[in-house]
Write a protein that binds this ligand. Structure first.
Ligand code: URA
Length: 436
């Protein structure tokens, strides 16, 4: 390591608002992965990046260094019936009640595309896709690279745990950022997400960038900046990338919690389900199909005729799950009723997410277990009429002692107004913008 790439010098450059060279970025990311750059040095650099930001060139270099810290998957050459298979993936920046990956992955695969959804577990108030699917008896998130290819060729859809060897620098850095108040940085979030997606080897990618109280980005402008940065990183790496900006001021669908969200996804695959979940699934599906060269089909057809459900069953069974098994339910319930009649004008996504987490649906430390049945269901969405005394929310928990903390989180979550302003409308169409 030269004087210029010494971690203390690198931290100093960024602290003083300078631009890091490619060599400096390579040295700190490589050193952090190898253990020669100390966690406190990396945390200090991350905080300097939070405050000073990074140029597009620095973000691209940071992303490339994190990809180079591990393996990249080769998904080229996948075939079915002798014809090449196109790969396309989706990534959401995370939201409350966001179960869209579950119906979307088999829906896209049912059109003859290959969807390699390498997912993670939840930390904090947004649930992880793997935690949700583990509510299904027998289902395993572990799929070897060889089986990943076979399942993509045979079923088309795989949702599984990302290998520890994909972008390991990001894995270490994300854990550090999580406990040092340095998650909230557009350059670091963009590099983190895109390093994993590019290393995964997908040919095309659609990003769902959430905006609102339940999301990383609470303003449209910040979310658009994040989306643009990620689309550029993907495009420059040869991945056809697009982004939708979608509303996360109120939670998605009617439930937040692992088994509760699987049940809702199955409703969507059965041709029903909450309108906002169906609409967002279809909006993302149209983008994925289009970016993968299948813009000629209407994805609503395979939700209506059961083809997407057939692929869901095959995908779950291929990973040891029993798609027909009853889902676990929490033994204790607590209902919150509406204090007055009127219209629901606010249901705060963050408060609902934190309540689900207090009930046991999420974890506060990496590796902790989660409850399959715990969570929150809401009986009205924003814009719906409610009657005094009617159920507004149901809390589900394995242990009734968890209700008090969840209720405290929900104390100011709902607002019912007798005469709502004209601004209030049901959040059926969540799409706010599109980039790429
Ligand atoms: N998700 C990620 O994978 N990384 C971040 O930095 C934030 C969200």
């Amino acid at each position: 390591m030269s004087a210029a790439t010494d971690p203390v010098s690198v931290i100093g450059v960024k602290r003083d608002g300078g631009e890091l060279s490619t060599a400096q970025i390579d040295a700190v990311v490589h050193g952090f992965t190898a253990g020669t750059v100390a966690p406190e040095q990396m945390a200090s650099l991350a905080m300097a990046i939070v405050w000073r930001g990074m140029s597009r060139r620095e973000i691209a270099d940071w992303t490339a260094a994190m990809i180079a810290s591990g393996i990249t998957l080769d998904l080229a050459g996948l075939q079915r019936d002798g014809a090449p298979l196109t790969t396309v993936d989706k990534h959401s920046t995370g939201g409350v009640g966001d179960k869209i990956t579950l119906p979307l992955t088999p829906l896209i695969a049912s059109y003859g595309l290959a969807v390699p959804q390498l997912s993670g577990r939840g930390l904090g108030h947004t649930g992880g896709t793997l935690d949700k699917l583990e509510a299904i008896p027998g289902w395993s998130p572990r799929v070897s690279p060889t089986r990943l290819r076979t399942q993509l060729e045979e079923v088309g859809a795989v949702i599984c745990a990302a290998s520890d060897e994909l972008a390991p620098a990001d894995r270490r850095l994300y854990a550090l950022r999580d406990v040092t108040g340095t998650v909230a940085s557009i350059p670091l979030i963009a590099a983190s997400i895109m390093s994993k997606k590019i290393a995964e080897g997908t040919g095309a990618l659609v990003l769902d960038v959430k905006v609102g109280s339940g999301a990383f980005m609470t303003t449209y402008d910040d979310a658009a900046d994040l989306a643009r940065t990620m689309v550029e990183l993907g495009t420059d790496a040869g991945v056809r990338t697009r982004a939708l900006l979608t509303d996360m001021s109120s939670p998605l669908g009617r439930s937040a919690g692992n088994a509760l969200e699987v049940a809702e996804a199955i409703e969507v695959l059965s041709g029903g389900g909450p309108r906002d979940v169906v609409e967002l699934t279809l909006a993302l599906a149209r983008e994925m199909l289009d970016v993968a060269g299948r813009g000629d089909v209407d994805p609503a057809e395979h939700l209506a005729n059961g083809r997407a459900m057939d692929t869901w069953r095959a995908m779950i069974a291929a990973q040891g799950g029993d798609p027909a098994a009853p889902l676990p339910a929490a033994p204790h319930r607590h209902t919150v009723t509406a204090a007055s009649s009127g219209r629901l004008v606010r249901l705060d996504a963050l408060a609902v997410g934190l309540a689900a987490w207090e009930l046991g649906a999420g974890r506060s430390t990496p590796g902790a277990s989660v409850s399959a049945g715990a969570g929150v269901t809401w009986h009205a969405s924003v814009g719906d009429p409610v009657a005094a005394g009617a159920p507004l929310l149901t809390l589900h928990a394995d242990d009734p002692e968890r209700f008090a903390a969840a209720l405290a989180r929900l104390a100011d979550a709902c607002e019912v107004t007798a005469e709502p302003s004209a601004r209030v409308s049901p959040p059926v169409d969540r799409v706010l913008g599109r980039i790429g």
